[in-house]
Design a protein around this ligand. Structure first.
Ligand code: GDP
Ligand code: MG
Length: 598
């Protein structure tokens, strides 16, 4: 299609405000996808979404639409991931567009995630079309929500569209508005090729499938390409568009969106944000905005059964093919044996990887508590990045420790402001700003150590606000704090994976709470088990688990058999995820105990 008939857009929405439903509607209205295929697709993604509370991406779809002016348009919908851990990916997907639909649930209003994504869209100079969704609901109040968008986001809502993705209201208006409002791509067909990679995935038959937007020039299937960040060169095996299934084409020019396969071995070789150019006519500069993946959270992964170390290595290798941000290296611990130290973009990313390892590769893992990366300056002036608390240099050897800080922005109904401020205060937060936006909407801005946010901060925020508050965070800087290493001894053995880095002022409290918590979580054994918390050689807290007196079954000797079975089952279940440390069996929950103190 000529550039003047192409529109590239994405959809920005808070979780559950209707992004997927609206995308499906647009595909259906433009006859890109049949009724039958749509049902299948919707069903496929449902379970995972519900479980994780995240939106699974549809990646990209090309729709043909006849405008009211009678012209044929090509509308490319480029999907964005729906979670803060992936905000870099979101920003690259938005950079591939000229416009965005801002979908807001008209019965709810603006949420923190909506805001964060709108800021990213504005940074990328996108034209934004506000869509008030779910107007079919009796509680919908589109006028109030428009007001809210104008006040909070500063966006003119006079042309906002009232819609219901579910009932099919306003869909034609949305399509027409995309044609009218979203700018056409610049006609840069004559320039040397530059195409922005906004997504990629690994296919075991064809290698990596790369999704891109051509920004300058033309790409044809016979071209030899070069990826400017990775420096690698490839022959194209397949060039195509997504309608929404992959359909091969001969050529794509500036403004168009498509995919290639080129026998690329891992997504790390064709990362989101990289620029594709031609070997025979290279672009001078890559497109702006490329950033290396930078893991923020690290944890140890150990197989409960040490014989499965090699299986874990293979599984991580396979996951890595499809995950450029995942990092891992072997870690050996006297307590845990052989495992891996892994780095993730954030907590959700970490949970997704753990879950896939267990579900898809059938591994039983012990995961140690997540740690952020501390920047330690030694007395020799050397700067070390420490992502494992047990590797923190001794106090005599270090000059200072800096820890990463994030800016957290919360949106909450006014009534929860007090309890949320209290939460931030106990998590070493610095108050920055508070604004009453509209009736029932307040923003609260704090700067907090990332270490305090990767614990159960999000869960706490949700439960304290009965689910009404939402939050976003972004890394701002590193700050010096008085931090100490807290060691834990079980039965006299120091257990490295239980070590934590905490603020000096909280060390006593954390040590005591942790010892008590471990006492609760570690099952009784035939012998008494002392638990101690220490800073250096100083014991600051202790507790002990009394010895088991009787066999657990003797309690119901002669009792009814079903109760006995239940008990055995309970034991067997508890047994699944235990790690023997010396003579003590330590359950998985104990390794996460430090996150759940209150
Ligand atoms: P996403 O998380 O933004 O992708 O949201 P979904 O598209 O998955 O929608 C979340 C829920 O809202 C689902 O149960 C949808 O059926 C429902 N939903 C979406 N759009 C509408 C709408 O216009 N009206 C009503 N009543 N429900 C909707
Ligand atoms: Mg969804």
């Amino acid at each position: 299609a000529p550039v003047s008939r192409i529109r590239n857009f994405s959809i920005i929405a808070h979780i559950d405000h209707g992004k997927s439903t609206l995308a499906d509607r647009l595909l259906q209205q433009t006859k890109t996808i049949s009724e039958r295929d749509m049902k299948a697709q919707v069903l496929d993604t449902m379970d995972l979404e519900r479980e994780r509370g995240i939106t699974i991406k549809l990646q990209a779809a090309r729709m043909n639409y006849q405008g009211e002016d009678g012209e044929q348009y090509v509308l490319n919908l480029i999907d964005t991931p729906g979670h803060v851990d992936f905000s870099y990916e979101v920003s690259r997907a938005l950079a591939a567009c000229e416009g965005a639909l801002l979908v807001v649930d008209a019965s709810q209003g603006v949420e923190a995630q909506t805001l964060a994504n709108v800021y990213l869209a504005l940074e990328n100079d996108l034209e934004i079309i506000p869509v008030l969704n779910k107007v079919d609901l009796p509680g919908a109040d589109p006028e109030r929500v428009k007001q809210e968008i104008e006040t909070i986001v500063g966006l003119d809502c006079s042309n906002a569209i009232e819609a219901s993705a579910k009932a099919g209201i306003g869909i034609e208006d949305i399509l027409e508005s995309i044609v009218e409002t979203v700018p056409e791509p610049e006609d840069n067909t004559k320039k040397p090729l530059r195409a922005l990679i906004f997504d990629s995935y690994y296919d075991s038959y064809r290698g990596v499938i790369v999704y891109f937007r051509v920004v300058d020039g033309t790409l044809s299937r016979r071209d030899r390409i070069r990826l400017m960040a990775s420096g690698k060169e490839y022959e194209i095996d397949e060039l195509g568009v997504l309608s929404p299934h992959q359909v091969e084409v001969d050529e794509l020019h500036a403004g168009e969106v498509g995919y290639i396969s080129a026998s690329i071995k891992a997504v790390a070789d064709a990362r989101v944000g990289d620029t594709i150019t031609l070997v025979k006519r290279k672009a001078e500069e890559p497109l702006p905005g490329y950033v290396e993946a930078n893991p923020m959270v690290f944890c140890g992964l150990f197989p409960t059964d040490s014989d499965r170390y090699e299986d874990l290595r293979e599984a991580l290798e396979k996951l890595k093919l499809n995950d450029a941000a995942l990092q891992y290296e072997p870690e050996t611990s006297s307590a845990m044996g052989f495992g891996f130290r892994c780095g993730f973009l954030g907590l959700l990313h970490m949970e997704i990887v753990q879950e896939r390892l267990e579900r898809e590769y059938n591994l039983d893992l012990i995961t140690t508590a997540p740690s952020v990366v501390y920047r330690v300056t030694t007395i020799d002036g050397e700067v070390l990045n420490i992502d494992n608390p047990c590797e923190l240099p001794d106090p005599q050897a270090r000059e200072k420790i800096e820890e990463p800080y994030v800016k957290v922005e919360m949106l909450t109904p006014e009534e929860f402001v007090g309890t949320l401020m209290d939460l931030c205060q106990t998590r070493r937060g610095d108050f920055k700003d508070m604004k009453y936006l509209t009736e029932g909407r307040t923003t609260l801005v704090y700067e907090l150590p990332l270490a305090e946010v990767v614990t159960d901060f999000f869960d706490q925020m949700k439960s304290r606000s009965r689910g009404y508050a939402s939050m976003e965070y972004q890394l701002i800087d590193y700050r010096v704090n008085h931090l100490v290493k807290l060691d834990v001894m079980i039965n006299g053995d120091k257990v490295d994976p239980l070590a934590a880095i905490v603020h000096r002022d909280q060390a006593y409290y954390v040590g005591k709470a942790l010892a008590e918590k471990l006492k609760e979580l570690i099952p009784r054994h035939q012998f008494k088990i002392p638990i101690q918390a220490a800073i250096g050689s100083r014991i600051i807290a202790s507790a002990s688990i009394p010895a088991l007196r009787k066999d657990v079954l003797s309690k119901c000797y002669g009792g009814d058999i079903s109760r006995k079975k239940k008990l055995l089952k309970k034991q067997a279940k508890g047994k699944k995820r235990l790690k023997a440390i010396g003579t003590v069996d330590v359950p998985q929950e104990a390794f996460m105990a430090v996150l759940k103190l209150n």
